[in-house]
Design a protein around this ligand. Structure first.
Ligand SMILES: [Zn+2]
Length: 672
């Protein structure tokens, strides 16, 4: 995952579901009243009986590795663009007795209980034409208990997914021009089964005239109604769909036996104009990835890419596809939109690191079993490293631009993470569960999902260390190709998922370059600084410095975040449109002067605030050593603060360490 914005769900998960897949399904307690088995009564009794519905309440059965009998048919209507409703009709084969239906909660790639249950509405369950009573679990709000009457073989389940209108409601996935369908938002499934043992036959109705892409096989298409071939619930949820009024599909690996496509939807037709050099870089990404990570683990791959100001931010990995969103200018403003262009390389790398091989704690049997996130510094940290490496090797970034991006990451962790004092890297792996990326009051002190970028710095360190230890004969590339390869020695079909543990990582690295990797990682996972682990940069031949001129990467980042960046000088970001402080660095000059989030800059040294005037004031203060005077406003209060800061403008850059081996450039060089 990368830069995903989702709405928070504060809920307790079914504790019983966390205890492992081995046990038999737990039937509801004996106290269950109402129709069951031979004693079943007509459905109407359970609806009209009134009074005590507690009888339908029970624990949620744990998932078992046995086939769910029959095929669920799932019909989704995504044509209600004005009301932004997805309408769902499911037909679920059942047997008489207690049944628990689950709405997916723990979504792979989110690493968190964020299934958008707040958008789940209008649940109506019918059996034999009659409405059935259901009851939400008292603890697990994603679970719905009911009793299936005798002689009923299928349930008709209807509901809507009321998708957000605004970003503060959650991810906007329906716009007048784009629909992003994540099947987990439009399905309920019977508890008690591994999701790879549940078969679903999906059908989707799209707005008329729209095109779509998904890594699903089509049974038939009649106009705007698409019937897909039956598949497992696991594969269905792992195969989202992007549809749009404006659509363009590009072949990224012409002539290859295994197709890789870039399918683009956008706010407007003009956003789909792609220059040959841009297409060439995306095609090189495929070949550079194969060169780095080995043969693919999919039978086809779809990059789903939405270029939009309205469709929600996303970067979410799947085995045969990925969901990506960039600004409408991704292609047409290529020179200005470089920051974040590692997104596609990042999500593509997840095929190997995350989907095919996954930390054992993240390989859960269904979508309602809690995940264990402690290895996210590998799952996401290594992937972030690969994203940077592949963005450079493919030419999506120039080598110089890649160095600017590295400087930005290094500076952020080295200078803007005072919270390292209380919170170590491993502890940040709990962050997806703590908060769904809502803005924090004191980001630099609280810390966020730093396992992405700090993990990335550590993997650069590992790469350069292997090179040093082996006299440049080996590198992380060797580790990747063996660790992420399918085991061809085992007979039979290659599995779609092979799990790993921390010990597996240590062992694989040891085999490549003898070293105490165990202690190495333990030290870095529990370090409190001060300062970021920059050994990899140093051994790569480069050091972090600060200059008065922002890099192109910094400018691109400013534009995307809609802020002016004074982080490393005065210690804040300020909104371009709002003139409000968007982030204040803990312990920086602004913090020391009592400035905080939401403060509006009114005037600089007695004149109306503009970003340029503040830049000039910082430069002047360096010369005349006079404090900068800011008139600021909080709510309806005005005040004047003086910042005694005399070090001038500061923006991160990398500088060569003279005579040191330039391993970073070697790492960034194309292989194909
Ligand atoms: Zn990721």
């Amino acid at each position: 995952m990368k830069r995903l914005l989702l709405v928070a769900i504060a809920t307790l998960s079914a504790v019983s579901a966390a205890q492992g897949p081995e046990k038999e399904a737990v039937p509801p307690p004996e106290t269950v009243a109402g129709p069951s088995g031979d004693n079943a009564q007509p459905a109407a009794e359970s609806v009209d009986g009134g009074g005590d519905h507690a009888g339908a309440r029970g624990e949620v059965p744990m998932a078992r590795d046995v086939p769910y009998p029959g095929t669920i048919t799932l019909k989704v209507d995504s044509t209600d663009l004005q009301r932004r409703l997805f309408s769902v009709h499911e037909s679920i084969p059942v047997r008489a007795g207690p049944l628990t239906l689950l709405y997916p909660e723990w979504i792979p790639g989110n690493h968190a209980p964020r299934g958008p249950i707040d958008g789940f509405a209008g649940l109506l369950i019918r059996a034999g034409g009659r409405a059935l009573e259901w009851q939400r679990d008292a603890v697990n709000v994603y679970a719905f208990h009911l009793i299936v009457p005798a002689n009923i073989e299928r349930l008709d389940v209807e509901f809507q997914f009321a998708s957000p209108f605004f970003h503060d409601q959650g991810r906007v996935v329906m716009t007048p021009d784009i629909v992003g369908l994540q099947w987990n938002t439009v399905v309920v499934y019977p508890a008690g089964y591994y999701v790879r043992r549940i078969i679903v036959q999906p059908e989707l109705t799209l707005p008329a005239g729209w095109e779509f892409a998904a890594a699903l096989d089509i049974e038939q298409r009649q106009g705007n109604v698409i019937s897909f071939k039956a598949t497992t619930l696991e594969r269905l949820v792992d195969s989202p769909l992007f549809a749009g009024r404006y659509f363009r599909a590009l072949d990224l690996d012409p002539g290859a036996a295994i197709a890789v496509r870039l399918s683009v939807v956008a706010d407007g037709l003009e956003n789909l104009i792609i220059r040959p050099a841009q297409l060439a870089a995306h095609r090189r990404l495929v070949h550079e990835t194969y060169a780095l990570l080995g043969p693919p683990h999919y039978d086809r791959y779809e990059f789903l890419l939405a270029l939009s100001d309205h469709f929600a931010e996303i970067g979410l990995e799947h085995l045969r596809s990925s969901e990506n969103r960039r600004s409408p200018g991704y292609f047409i403003d290529w020179d200005k939109t470089g920051a974040g262009r590692d997104l596609l390389p990042h999500e593509f790398s997840h095929v190997w690191n995350g989907k095919f091989r996954r930390p054992v704690g993240l390989a859960t049997p269904d979508y309602n079993t809690p995940m264990h996130d402690s290895l996210l510094w590998v799952y996401e940290g290594l992937t972030n490293y690969l994203g940077y490496v592949l963005a450079a090797r493919s030419g999506l970034w120039s080598e110089d631009y890649a160095r600017q991006a590295w400087a930005s990451v290094a500076a952020n962790l080295d200078r803007d993470r005072a919270g390292r004092a209380w919170r170590d890297l491993e502890d940040t792996t709990g962050q997806p569960i703590i908060t769904p990326r809502r803005p924090l009051s004191w980001l630099s002190w609280q810390r966020t999902e730093d396992y992405y970028t700090e993990g990335q710095l550590i993997w650069l360190d590992v790469d350069t260390r292997i090179r040093e230890l082996t006299g440049e004969r080996r590198s992380l590339d060797d580790f990747l190709r063996s660790f992420f390869a399918a085991n061809t020695q085992s007979a039979g079909a290659v599995p779609e998922l092979v799990t790993y543990t921390f010990a597996d990582i240590v062992q694989a690295l040891k085999a490549l370059a003898p070293f105490d990797w165990q202690t190495y990682f333990a030290t870095r996972l529990h370090s409190h600084g001060p300062g970021a682990p920059l050994d990899g940069l140093t051994r790569g031949g480069w050091k972090l410095v600060f200059t008065e001129i922002p890099s192109d990467y910094t400018r691109s980042l400013e534009e995307q975040r809609k802020v002016v960046d004074f982080t490393y000088s005065l210690g804040f970001d300020v909104g371009i449109q709002t003139a409000q402080l968007a982030e204040v660095r803990w312990g920086g000059p602004a913090y020391e002067a009592g400035l905080a989030l939401g403060t509006t800059l009114i005037a600089v040294n007695g004149r109306e605030y503009t970003p340029e005037r503040l830049r000039v004031a910082i430069a002047e203060a360096k010369l005349n050593k006079q404090p900068i005077e800011l008139l600021v406003k909080n709510l309806d209060r005005y005040r004047t603060v003086r910042l005694a800061y005399f070090d001038g403008l500061m923006y991160p850059q990398l500088e060569r360490i003279e005579k040191a081996r330039d391993r970073l450039s070697v790492i960034m060089k194309p292989r194909t």
